[in-house]
Design a binder for this molecule. Structure first.
Ligand SMILES: Cc1cc2nc3c(=O)[nH]c(=O)nc-3n(C[C@H](O)[C@H](O)[C@H](O)COP(=O)(O)OP(=O)(O)OC[C@H]3O[C@@H](n4cnc5c(N)ncnc54)[C@H](O)[C@@H]3O)c2cc1C
Ligand SMILES: NC(=O)c1ccc[n+]([C@@H]2O[C@H](COP(=O)([O-])OP(=O)(O)OC[C@H]3O[C@@H](n4cnc5c(N)ncnc54)[C@H](O)[C@@H]3O)[C@@H](O)[C@H]2O)c1
Length: 470
């Protein structure tokens, strides 16, 4: 066995690279180990290629608004799916290249291979044993696929394989209506594929029944959407039969979007000498990312806490900093924010509806059907629901399926982080005409239920009750 390293980072995804950035500031005595292709899930098969596909689909979808605008000839437009996929891969390659740059310059300190823990301070990779004062595990996650579905061969896709397709078949089922399922079902349908979608009891993680109803209705207008029953697949001649309850459809291929599982199998957690939960997961402190009281840190999708990119980046940062300290620092985590890139955008900020006590919570809402700026741009669909503390008027959370929901969700996350009240938010400027005036309508609905703080304050400046002006 060679010298003792200061830190070993296992996994060169977004969390691993973020940890690497921090570790390098304090020591050069480290290695980073990655199994499979380098370049991060986000850039290779995750956030970025999925958004590239969505953008193409939405650009094509826009043609349906042209006649109303007075633009003629949209019926002549066609979509070249192979070209769309080529562009996705071209962009993907560029994004991957930019992430690989960091690790390429590391030389022998970047090791390709599958690591396996042997003890809290030792692991094995490519038949060699490495020892370190600290180990950061950031091994990411993989798509869940029931074993029996693997018999479908190339007729079963996940996002690991979707963007590699040269073209797409005429009929597809999307199973699972979480983040990936909702985004991809809508995009594929907008690219002209006959999509049928199947989901469990939730849609895109929403918990507010009114937002769920609007989101299901809007998506259900674009493609058949069957919720509430587990889908089963079967190969029938060259087709795939998808059944969920009484709903049945024959398709050419299925995109499985059933969730993701942390890459922890055969990672050697049992060698850490601490109890693991029923999923084989060790206890991880979300404020320090430390595993129990061991010199081991678990960051990113691998810890199954909040599998999102900005959280993976934060967790790499926390793990990287703490790996260089004798006593780990506790970090206050950011306000919760989840954005699903459907059209309209689905977003959840702060506390979810279901987490709040209805007796202590006020709700204000806006429907975008009649909102002035949304109508002007033919984006007038969706709902936004805000939740505030009934006593203090403090904004607690929001769920929405709304135009510009990605931007408004950021504003609301800022407000929640700063513990702003509804009145304080109404004190801020709202330009005219913008979609955020819809957010102001929802805030005013909340303010109307709260005691007046100061009758002579600009937060009290009310509505015109006019679509053109509000
Ligand atoms: C289709 C899709 C769309 C997404 N869209 C968004 C989005 O819009 N916004 C958002 O915030 N998030 C999105 N996400 C989630 C986001 O991509 C992830 O949360 C993030 O990339 C996780 O980063 P990570 O570093 O934890 O894991 P990864 O990037 O997966 O990195 C882990 C690395 O560890 C390697 N590894 C695994 N096991 C071992 C081992 N034993 N030894 C060595 N190396 C190992 C893996 O091969 C991999 O290279 C999306 C995900 C998907 C799949
Ligand atoms: N915009 C974003 O932020 C974004 C986009 C894509 C992915 N992601 C990340 O990727 C992760 C994985 O996404 P995902 O959509 O695969 O998982 P998910 O956990 O969000 O959703 C999976 C869904 O599949 C359903 N399901 C499972 N088995 C089923 C079956 N047999 N029939 C019908 N429905 C079934 C579940 O009820 C669940 O609603 C997410 O947790 C998210 O963190 C984020």
């Amino acid at each position: 066995m060679s010298k003792v390293l200061d830190v070993i980072i296992v996994g060169a995804g977004s969390a691993g690279l973020s940890a690497l950035r921090e570790v390098r500031k304090s020591t050069q005595n480290f290695v980073i180990i990655n199994d499979g292709p380098w370049g991060t899930i986000c850039a290779r098969v995750g956030c970025m290629p999925s958004k590239a596909l969505i953008e193409a689909a939405n650009a094509f979808q826009r043609r349906n608004t042209f006649e109303e605008f007075g633009i003629r000839g949209s019926g002549q437009l066609t979509i070249d799916v192979p070209a769309v996929l080529q562009r996705v891969r071209r962009l993907r390659d560029d994004f991957v290249a930019s992430t690989i740059k960091t690790t390429e310059e590391l030389g022998k300190r970047a090791i390709s291979g599958r690591a396996r823990l042997l003890a809290p301070d030792r692991l094995e990779v490519n038949g060699e044993e490495l020892r370190a004062h600290k180990i950061i595990i950031a091994t990411g996650s993989h798509p869940i696929v029931p074993a029996s579905w693997n018999s479908l061969g190339s007729r079963l896709l996940t996002t690991d394989t979707l963007f590699e397709q040269k073209t797409l078949p005429a009929r597809m089922a999307v199973v699972g209506m979480g983040s990936i399922g909702t985004e991809m079902a809508q995009a594929l349908s907008r690219l002209g594929i006959k999509v049928v979608a199947f989901g469990g009891n939730q849609i895109a993680g929403l918990t507010d029944p009114q937002v769920v109803a609007v989101a299901s209705d809007l998506l259900g207008r674009e493609f058949p959407l069957h919720l509430g029953k587990k889908a089963e697949l079967q190969l029938v001649q060259k087709n795939v039969q998808v059944r969920a309850g009484n709903n049945e459809v024959m398709v050419d291929c299925v995109l499985a979007a059933l969730g993701r599982r942390p890459n922890i199998d055969n990672l050697g957690f049992e060698t850490l000498g601490i109890p693991l939960d029923q999923h084989g997961m060790p206890p991880v402190n979300p404020s320090t990312l430390q595993v129990a009281d061991l010199p081991v840190f678990l960051a990113g999708d691998a810890n199954d806490q909040v599998p999102l990119l900005h959280e993976a980046a934060d967790e790499g940062y926390i793990a990287g900093l703490n790996a260089m300290r004798s006593d780990p620092l506790c970090f206050t985590r950011r306000a919760s924010l989840s954005i699903i890139f459907t059209d309209p955008i689905i977003a959840i900020v702060g506390s979810r509806f279901q987490e709040l006590d209805p007796a202590k919570t006020l709700t204000g809402e806006v429907h975008f059907d009649r909102q002035g700026r949304a109508r002007v741009g033919q984006r007038n669909k969706g709902i936004q629901r805000l939740y505030a503390d009934a006593e203090s008027g403090r904004l607690l959370g929001a769920e929405m399926c709304a135009p510009a929901g990605d931007h408004m969700a950021h504003l609301l996350a800022l407000a929640i982080d700063r513990s702003l009240t509804v009145q304080q938010l109404l004190r801020l400027p709202f330009y005219h005409p913008v979609l955020e005036e819809g957010l102001r309508t929802a805030l005013r609905a909340l303010a109307a239920q709260l005691p007046v703080v100061n009758a002579f304050d600009l937060s009290m400046c009310g509505t015109f009750n006019s679509e053109a002006l509000d």
